[in-house]
Ligand binder design. Sequence first.
Ligand code: SF4
Length: 106
Amino acid sequence: MSFRIVKAAPMGEWVSHAACANNDLDPNAWTGIETNDSLRQRWIADLAKEICFRQCSVRGECLDHALTHNEFGIWGGTDDNQRQDQQASERQLLHRVSVLQKRAAG
Ligand code: SF4
């Protein structure tokens, strides 16, 4: 058994259903991959993401937690870069909506 969720930010009951708590993959697969470019590390990270997507019933809660608390590593099947891209896209969308609302009002 491995369990990687050792972060300080409080988590809900969902964490008891985390698939990363019940598999044989090295817990480090979910952490620390952003600073290591080796192919093996990427391969292991991809395995971790695969577990998130295929085996975890609380992926949404996990991703929400990571976005809320700006967590590091793989959460909800995404890595830091993917979450940053997602947040940037959301900010752009909100900006466009704001511009359109101002045009419609003015
Ligand atoms: S989505 Fe991935 S990182 Fe999050 S709890 Fe599930 S297995 Fe763990």
